[in-house]
Design a protein around this ligand. Structure first.
Ligand code: SF4
Ligand code: SF4
Length: 281
C-alpha cells in the first residue's frame, strides 16, 4: 500500500507525521519526495548506501552542421532555444527535455546530452528502507527527479511518500499513483483555505483521502465542519504540546520522545487500511 502524506500549506507537521508513521510500522519504505527541502532524514537518520545522479536530456547544437534555419526555436513551447542571426541560444533552466528540437532539426545538428538536476540517495534507517531526492539548488525541474525517485518504490512494502506542501506540479507528481493520501492541516483560517485546495487536487487525482489535524486545540472548529460537510474522515488529532515541539526542535521523533504515540500511529494506519478494504468492497 502506498500512502502519501501531503498538506496544502507548509509547516503543518507533514514530515513529523510521515516519519513517525514509518517508525511505528513494520516493513516500511519511506520515500521523501519533498525534493526541494527533504528533511525526513533529520528524524530517521538513515545510513546512506547509494547515491544516484539524476539528469534530463537537453539539446547540444553542433555548429558545424547548423544552418540557423530556426526550426528548433519554432517547435520549442518553452522558449528554451532561440535562434538569433548566426547563433543558437539555449536556456537550460527553461528546457523541459521534450526532445522536440532534436526531432525536428533538418540537419541532424542537435544531440541530446545529460544535464544533472539532482541526486537520489538510498539507504536504511533501522528496519525502514529510506529513499530521498535532493534537487540541485536553483533547479526548477522537480517532477523528473520525483518520477525517477518513485521508480525505486518497493510494492512489497508499506510505502510512505512525503510530498512537498501545496498543490503545484511536484506535489501532483509525488501524490499521484498512491492508494491513499493523508492531508495534514491545522485548525486555522490559513490551514482551512489551503486544505480546501489540497482536497480539490487529491480528488482530481481520484485518490481516497483523510485528514490529520495537527495542533488540534488551537484555532477554531471550521476544519472539522468542512470535513463533515465534505464527508472527509478526520483520522487523527494531535494537540499543541510543548514536549512535541521540543522533540521536533532537537530532531527527535515523536514516537521516541512520547512512546504512546506509536500505537496512535498504528491505529491511524489500521484506519486507512480498513477504509481502503471497505472501498474495494
Ligand atoms: S533546427 Fe537544427 S539546423 Fe536549424 S537552427 Fe536549430 S539546430 Fe540549427
Ligand atoms: S528539448 Fe524541448 S523544451 Fe528543451 S529546448 Fe528542445 S524543444 Fe525546447
Amino acid at each position: 500500500m502506498i500512502i502519501s502524506i501531503s498538506s496544502g500549506k507548509g509547516g503543518t507537521g507533514k514530515t513529523t507525521i510521515g516519519t513517525n508513521l514509518a517508525l511505528s510500522l513494520e516493513g516500511v519504505q519511506y520515500v521523501d519526495c519533498d525534493v526541494e527541502e527533504p528533511n525526513g532524514h533529520i528524524f530517521l537518520k538513515p545510513q546512506i548506501e547509494e547515491r544516484i545522479s539524476v539528469g534530463i536530456p537537453v539539446p547540444q547544437v553542433d555548429k558545424s552542421k547548423c544552418t540557423y534555419c530556426g526550426e528548433c526555436a519554432k517547435v520549442c513551447e518553452f522558449n528554451a532555444i532561440v535562434v538569433v542571426k548566426e547563433q543558437v541560444l539555449f536556456f537550460p533552466e527553461l528546457c523541459h527535455a521534450c526532445g522536440g528540437c532534436s526531432y525536428i532539426c533538418p540537419e541532424d545538428a542537435i544531440e541530446e546530452v545529460e544535464r544533472e538536476i539532482g541526486v537520489i540517495e538510498r539507504g536504511k534507517a533501522g528496519g525502514i528502507e529510506f529513499v530521498h531526492g535532493i534537487l540541485n539548488v536553483g533547479e526548477p525541474m522537480a517532477p523528473p527527479l520525483i518520477r525517477t525517485e518513485k521508480k525505486f518504490i518497493d510494492n512489497g512494502k508499506t510505502v510512505i511518500i512525503d510530498s512537498s506542501p501545496g498543490t503545484s506540479c511536484p506535489v501532483v507528481e509525488a501524490v499521484k499513483g498512491s492508494d491513499f493520501c493523508l492531508l495534514v492541516t491545522e485548525p486555522t483560517p490559513f490551514g482551512l483555505n489551503d486544505l480546501r485546495l489540497a482536497v480539490e487536487m487529491v480528488r482530481k487525482l481520484n485518490i481516497p483521502l483523510g485528514v490529520l489535524v495537527n495542533c488540534c486545540d488551537i484555532g477554531d472548529k471550521e476544519v472539522w465542519q468542512y470535513c463533515e460537510y465534505e464527508s472527509i474522515p478526520v483520522l487523527m488529532e494531535i494537540p499543541h504540546d510543548r514536549g512535541i515541539a521540543e522533540a521536533y526542535s532537537k530532531g527527535i521523533p515523536l514516537v521516541e520522545e512520547i512512546p504512546e504515540y506509536r500505537s496512535r500511529f498504528q491505529d491511524l494506519y489500521n484506519q486507512i487500511e480498513k477504509r481502503l478494504q471497505e472501498e474495494s468492497g
